[in-house]
Design a protein around this ligand. Sequence first.
Ligand code: 2P0
Length: 337
Amino acid sequence: PPPQSGPGDATAVAHPNIALVKYWGKRDEQLVLPRVDSLSMTLDIYPTTTRVRLAPDADHDHVTLGGVPAEGEALRRVVSFLDLVRARAGRPLRAVVDSHNTVPTGAGLASSASGFAALAVAAAAAYGLDLDATAHSRLARRGSGSASRSIFAGFALWHAGPPTATPAQADLGSYAEPVPAPGLDPALVIAVVNAGPKAVSSREAMRRTVDTSPLYEPWALSSRDDLSEMRAALARADLDAVGEIAERNALGMHATMLAARPAVRYLAPATLTVLDSVLQLRRDGVSAYATMDAGPNVKVLCHRADADRVAHTLRGAAPGGPVLVAGPGRGARLLPE
Ligand code: 2P0
């Protein structure tokens, strides 16, 4: 039977998002407060489905990811997230969590975004918290920063939040909200050049970049201009401007990591081969722009009408890994619909 969400037992689905203006660097690790605003597109592929059931007789949380019991850091992150929800609900009960990702985990394909967005919505409902989308976004942020954006459909802006006097105020000030982009009909073509887990977690890589990279502050400053120009470009449905800003913002983010000590390098030879083919597409008159996250995989923004041609070119450039076409997807929600 289809899952029925209600108090005590709730199932949620969420999709990953890809940032066009990146989140890189925290100002508060505990609260997951970023140093910069970021802006993303939620995808319509790679959903994560997560069921949370309260377990009155259990003395610890049971967590499975893809049917396999979670352990180590993955388990710790889910349990601390549930602790937050329990504290807020004033209910100490343990839970059974079953999560199914369709996206390769830890490969820079935003599995933690869909994962914690689905967990936030399902856990809040199971523990009887009545949260609006903004509150879901703040809560999801505590699990993984980028998850704050997957609460929303389409384009979303995650506010770093203003400087504040207290941690409670800071928590309130950092959440995502939808950004309308009327008239834009985009696709993101994803070239998976390596679906394996990354060697350095994005959490560790961000920390090292902020602490040691002389390029971090200049990038964070320029990112503010990228964000305001991106909002204007989305509002006028200017895909070429959206793509140019996204590509320069991502390359700049990777430059900050390359300048960290020791360097963090997610870009692989196949990444550069795909970037060359994106340049060639542009020379051939196709509006195509690349972005890369904490991994070697490349996401190419284009008009939806050009997506098949772009996908064909990327398949030729990076034989081996799958190439998928994604469009703007829905926000996180409880099942059934
Ligand atoms: C982003 N990334 O904006 C950036 C660009 C990767 C590169 O958000 O430590 O998994 O859990 O808050 O959200 C990946 O970082 O990090 C990420 P945590 P998260 O999408």
